[in-house]
Design a protein around this ligand. Structure first.
Ligand code: ZN
Length: 159
């Protein structure tokens, strides 16, 4: 069975940057289970996996535009410390921001006496991604899984 829209796909993956640093991997734990075509994965992954079969191993080089987006300088802002309501703020802290429809994570990158610098870019924005992927399983999704937009069963959602 080929990977195509609405198939449940199980993969192991390792993500490295262009210097060979491992940024993320599933190889120490459960495989990643997702439904192809519902936007669960970044576009470059879904495009690269389309048409692949169980047992296939592939390398994908994904540009930021098909990954976590380009780095947008306007997403970096200075916020007065008073806006944090007395909470201690230090570099590396993350907060949720945005509207109800679109939540995103901002990371504090710098703090001085008056201001915190926050960055709303995804930590991997602007980064070219190198994925090593192995396709472990391809199966039909159940009605319920398609309804929910995620995979049920071992290594996935239980409810
Ligand atoms: Zn569900």
């Amino acid at each position: 069975m080929q990977i195509s829209a609405q198939k449940v796909v199980s993969i192991h993956y390792t993500l490295t940057d262009n210097d060979g640093n491992v940024l993320d991997t599933s190889s120490n734990g459960e495989p990643l289970n997702y439904i192809q075509g519902v936007g669960a994965l970044i576009a470059g992954m879904e495009e690269g996996l389309e048409g692949k079969l169980k047992g296939d191993k592939l390398q994908l080089k994904i540009a930021p535009e098909k990954g976590y987006g380009i780095h947008q300088p306007e997403m970096i802002q200075q916020v007065p410390l008073s806006a944090f309501g007395g909470q201690m703020v230090s570099p590396g802290m993350q907060f949720e921001a945005g509207t109800e429809e679109q939540r995103f994570i901002v990371t504090v990158t710098d703090v001085n006496d008056e201001f915190a610098t926050i960055d709303g870019n995804h930590p991997l924005a602007g980064v070219e991604l190198n994925f090593d992927v192995e396709v472990l399983e391809v199966r039909e999704a159940s009605e319920e899984e398609l309804d929910h937009g995620h995979v049920h069963g071992p290594g996935a959602h239980h409810h």
